[in-house]
Design a protein around this ligand. Structure first.
Ligand SMILES: Nc1ncnc2c1ncn2[C@@H]1O[C@H](COP(=O)(O)OP(=O)(O)OP(=O)(O)O)[C@@H](O)[C@H]1O
Ligand SMILES: [Mg+2]
Length: 223
């Protein structure tokens, strides 16, 4: 069974009287261990699709099955449990807490876990910081780091709950091309270590790291 199965997923937003159909029937399977890129023009529905794959939102119609579990009709609480268990997010703007240290930022997702054992989580956070090459920055604040380092903190944070799937929305959008390459190398390394990775990007160079590229146009996958 694939990690993600989307069947005729549609997403419609209602604004006042108007309905805007943003996803118009997405069929998609993501196998475990895959590394995919999602490309498409601005406004084509990439982030909307990522929000559904990442259990931040649910389809208006169609079906979504993540790790053999039907997501389609779950409540917000149920979605957040599933999200914590399976998904690590990385965003263009890093979204780090400015007043928290690198280590605290990485630990953030563990605060919501009922059974998180603090000492264990800290040990794991330090191991992951080692993995992303930031052991010597654990006590720094985000504004004391370069853009690439901040994004590596965000990747470490995405990894802390040992997710099956890393979802990255324009993870290199704020970075120069050399730093972008380092971030993509890191995501490729995570993929080699068994993580399923999906990256949304405008940039063909970034997409080239993936083993498969999906193109989305006007709410549909076109190839
Ligand atoms: N919460 C919302 N309410 C209403 N419309 C929305 C909402 N979120 C997104 N949309 C609309 O859905 C369309 C697709 O948006 P989305 O953010 O998925 O595009 P995108 O492909 O990620 O674009 P970009 O490359 O610019 O990030 C847009 O036309 C947008 O206006
Ligand atoms: Mg977007």
């Amino acid at each position: 069974m694939p990690l993600c199965v989307l069947e005729d997923v549609k997403k419609t937003y209602r604004i006042g009287e108007d309905e805007v159909e943003v996803l118009k029937g997405i069929n998609l399977q993501v196998e475990r261990g895959e590394f995919i890129a999602i490309m498409g023009p601005s406004g084509s529905g990439k982030t909307t699709l990522m929000n559904i794959i990442g259990c931040l939102d649910i389809p208006s119609s169609g079906r979504y099955i993540l790790a053999d579990k039907e997501v389609t009709h779950l409540s917000d609480d149920e979605l957040s449990v599933l999200r914590n268990e399976h998904i690590g997010f990385v965003f263009q703007n890093f979204y780090l807490l400015p007043y928290a240290t690198v280590l605290e930022n990485v630990l953030l997702p563990t605060l919501y876990m009922e059974h998180s054992k603090n000492g264990l989580a800290r040990k794991r956070a330090r191991e992951i910081l080692e993995l992303v090459g930031l052991s010597d920055r654990a006590k720094f604040k985000p504004n004391q780091l370069s853009g690439g380092q901040q994004q590596r903190v965000a990747i470490a944070r995405a990894l802390i709950n040992n997710p099956d799937l890393i979802l990255a929305d324009e993870p290199t959008g704020q970075l120069d091309s050399k730093t972008a390459g380092e971030i993509m190398d890191l995501l490729a390394k995570m993929n080699e270590q068994g993580k399923t990775v999906a990256v949304i990007t405008h940039d063909a160079g970034t997409a080239a790291y993936a083993r498969k590229t999906l193109r989305i146009r006007d709410g549909l996958i076109v190839d």
